[in-house]
Design a protein around this ligand. Sequence first.
Ligand SMILES: *Cc1c(COP(=O)(O)O)cnc(C)c1O
Length: 399
Amino acid sequence: MNEQLEQMDKEYVLHTYARNYVNFKKGINATLFDENDKDYIDFTSGIAVVSVGHGNKRVADKIYQQISNITHISNLYAIEPQAKLAKKIRELSGYDIRTFFSNSGAEANEGAIKIARKYGETKFENKRYKVITLEHSFHGRTITTVKATGQESMHTPNFAPYPEGFSYHNKIDDIYNAIDNETVAVMIELVQGEGGVQPFNKKDIQELAKFLKENNILLIIDEVQTGVFRTGEFLASNLYEIEPDIITLAKGLGGGVPIGAVLTKHKDIFSPGDHGSTFGGNYLVTTAALEVLDILEELKDTGTLDETIIYYNSKLNEFFENNREIFTENVGLGLMRGLRVKDAETLALVIKTAFECGVLVLKAGKNTLRLLPALTISKAEIDEGFKRLQNALDKIKQG
Ligand SMILES: *Cc1c(COP(=O)(O)O)cnc(C)c1O
């Protein structure tokens, strides 16, 4: 731990995070090194962001070439890598869509809600504006997306009043009853990430999608966490075989540069002036994202990604089975995994001890140990990570 860094951080940075005071100095794929050169296997990839690993040479080179030339010119002019990235996203998704680029997941969801609201204003006799979401969801930290987030604890009076037109419901079945003639959209994740790595049942989602289409209600899928091959397919929507009206992306898209995206098949919903962003989709971030998508597409096409997923999950299953006195359930899809821990205190202890043993893991919901490794993680890193996790659990069991 670096005393000076801790002091400086606490003195000058607003206290919005419960931080760990480690000072990472170097990263190679799924391995991080602190200032004392201690190494850590990273099973978090910066919360599903560093999808192609730390220090990715291909992405770094492309970024360097681009920003040595042009970093930003504003959206008043066409931006070649932005157009190419939008084309690539259409091709990879398999959907007939156009894309708007934002800077984060929350902003992507804001864009999605604006599309829905405009649709509701312009396509019906009576204005439709209500957006239905689900309990345990997470959609972001802006005033609107925090209201859309189905966690009461996040709707504190501190930030009230919140925008109207949002309600959240316990389960998929409850959505049907919640719909009225002012409902314009349903917004959900296919695997609730922050809420506990909980995938929904494919049939339930397909039935919901069909019902919404028949009733002219938009389906917004928040793929900020599940998107960009995290579940094994480019989009979780591909895996669920649905065609949402709107999809949002962010976390894994830029391999670490801040970029979000709103994809919609309502290609002409916006006119110039309806929406925008100063930074959104600039040369830097779209050049990075293009390279990230190239790398991940190759990984997918060569079968390496599927192999990694199978290998990771076989190790995870072994680890789960060996520690059933601590873990109650093994959940997730692809490389978005969760192990339910018997109680929240044990989970906190697991995360802390894992850190001491040199492996980074996350929490989700109340009692889920969350694992989101880089999609490029090597077999050696996977082996080492689970070995260290087992060391951590052995320590805990010994008391
Ligand atoms: C992380 C996340 C967000 C918010 O993204 P930010 O980039 O932090 O604004 C929204 N939705 C989901 C599903 C997420 O996982």
